[in-house]
Design a binder for this molecule. Structure first.
Ligand SMILES: *Cc1c(COP(=O)(O)O)cnc(C)c1O
Length: 452
């Protein structure tokens, strides 16, 4: 059996209809810089940073060396009741770069777990304070926080989440300010409508609400929905006013992705709890983190007999190899001025995206730093979408694969999230492929629909 046949016989891949995989198998063997190579030697631009993770490119020598150096000391020891050297050093670094309100670091292995932990901390916080009525959550329609049941309960993407409905705890869902799909198309109007709806809910229910969870500035998996100016800070004000904790999900947006170290800095927002992951190790190893305020930490700090301990942990929490590479990643952020570079290069990306926006089937483009979504539509004037069963987004990414570039669509929204070190030349080459693939597929599809 060759490798492809083995993959088709033994594997079950995440978020993948295996029937699709069987028709278009792909096995990556190596990577260097912003490119990855498959088992046949074909190279592809990693235009989605291997699902939103990669920072310094693949095979970054300093990151490789950091792991090897740590490996020669120890690979792993537990964080239950004790700590280790890199987890401790990293905690200090993380607190220094996080928004001021956040002073404590709790490790886990994935973004979903980091959110799960934030939800449990928020819940237990009020229980520990004796405010036992505060048990419910508010979340945002179309939101995504990972795939464990708690994270799914505060998520709201119908396609992914509906089937698990009976397993979830209930949470109040408020609308997201999706300006392109708002009747008025006006950002301020759309924002104020959404904030008003939140305030009405809080007025009525705040006594039973523990926390609100929200992605920071940009909903990712829900289709790259950029929140209008003043929205996230508006949510912060309302949470404070009605005594509800604000959990900000920076798993996708954190670590420089949007041109700030954390996206909530765009609005000067200081969360009560914050989840991060993805870029934390430069895309090398599975580490995630939940940040908390000192006030929340203190509500758990007591004699053991008071039963206020946070009873949560994972086998690999605070893994040394992961923490060591995260530390080196953060050192490179400083040395190479990564955040500033993203901020500068995103202006260039914007100019390239403006050309793409002129294409006849590109309805909307949403960008914050190196986090971009390109929404394809059948009719640009009416904003009518392509029929679901045409799979236009998916077909466009298959075309890009043929042209030597990898990304994943969300419906008909194409994701462009290149590694943060991508040069202008690389960015241009990548977006040229987007342009060619979009023209090729949308022209054919529009014709096929009009003249079946
Ligand atoms: C990817 C993502 C998660 C989940 O992270 P995993 O590491 O895949 O579990 C949570 N929230 C957001 C906003 C994400 O983009």
């Amino acid at each position: 059996m060759n490798l492809v046949e083995k993959s088709q016989k033994y594997l079950w891949l995440p978020f993948t209809q295996m029937k699709d995989y069987d028709e278009n198998p792909l096995i990556i063997e190596s990577g260097k810089g912003v490119k990855v190579t498959d088992i046949y030697g074909k190279e592809y631009y990693d235009a989605f940073s291997s699902v939103w993770l990669n920072v310094h490119g693949h095979q970054k020598q300093e990151l490789n060396d950091a792991i090897i150096a740590q490996l020669e000391r120890i690979a792993h020891s537990t964080l239950l009741g004790m700590t280790n050297v890199p987890a401790t050093e990293l905690a200090e670094k993380l607190v220094h770069i996080a928004p001021n309100s956040l002073t404590r670091v709790f490790y886990s292995d994935s973004g979903a777990e980091a959110m799960e932990i934030a939800l449990k901390m928020a819940f237990q916080y009020w229980q520990n304070l004796g405010e036992t009525k505060k048990r419910k959550f508010i979340s945002i329609k179309n939101g995504y926080h990972g795939d464990t049941i708690g994270a799914v309960s505060v998520g709201a993407i119908e396609l992914f989440h509906q089937v698990y409905g009976p397993l979830m705890f209930e949470s109040y869902k408020i609308p997201v300010p999706y300006v392109y799909r708002h009747d008025s198309g006006d950002a301020a109007l759309c924002r104020d409508e959404c904030l008003n709806e939140l305030e009405l809910l809080l007025q009525e229910k705040h006594e039973e609400i523990a926390a609100l969870s929200i992605e920071s500035m940009m909903q990712g998996a829900g289709g790259m929905i950029l929140m209008p100016e003043g929205y996230l800070s508006g949510v912060r004000e309302l949470c404070t006013k009605y005594n509800v904790l604000m959990i900000v999900d920076e798993v996708a947006t954190g670590f420089g992705r949007t041109g700030k170290m954390f996206a909530c800095e765009h609005e000067g927002v200081e969360p009560d709890l914050m989840a991060a992951g993805k870029g934390i190790t430069g895309g090398y190893l599975p580490i995630a983190v939940t940040f908390a305020t000192e006030k929340i930490y203190e509500a758990f700090y007591a004699d053991f007999t008071e039963m206020k301990t946070f009873f949560h942990g994972h086998s690999y929490t605070g893994n040394q190899l992961g923490c060591a590479v995260a530390l080196e990643n953060l050192r490179l952020f400083e040395r190479d001025h990564i955040v500033e570079k993203v901020e500068q290069h995103s202006i260039y990306v914007q100019s390239l995206l403006e050309e793409i926006k002129e294409l006849p089937h590109v309805g909307d483009i949403r960008q914050l730093g190196f986090m971009c979504g390109i929404e394809l539509v059948r009719d640009k004037k009416t904003k009518e979408s392509f029929p679901f069963d045409r799979r236009v987004g998916y077909k466009t990414t298959l075309k890009m694969r043929e042209l030597g570039l990898l990304t994943r669509p969300m419906g008909d929204v194409l994701v462009f999230m290149p590694p943060l070190v991508s040069t202008k030349e690389e960015l241009k080459k990548m977006l040229d492929i987007y342009k060619r693939a979009i023209i090729d597929v949308t022209t054919k599809e529009a014709q096929a629909i009009a003249y079946p």
